[in-house]
Design a protein. Sequence first.
Length: 41
Amino acid sequence: MNDQFIIALDEEWVALVQEAKAAGLRIEEIREFLREDHGEE
């Protein structure tokens, strides 16, 4: 597996979490959302 891809993906997740926090979501709400199955495949 390409380590560069893993790092880029991690940076995307960090950016998404930062945006969610900036929008006023608590970390618990973000975690709950990430654990849910949204049926997107």
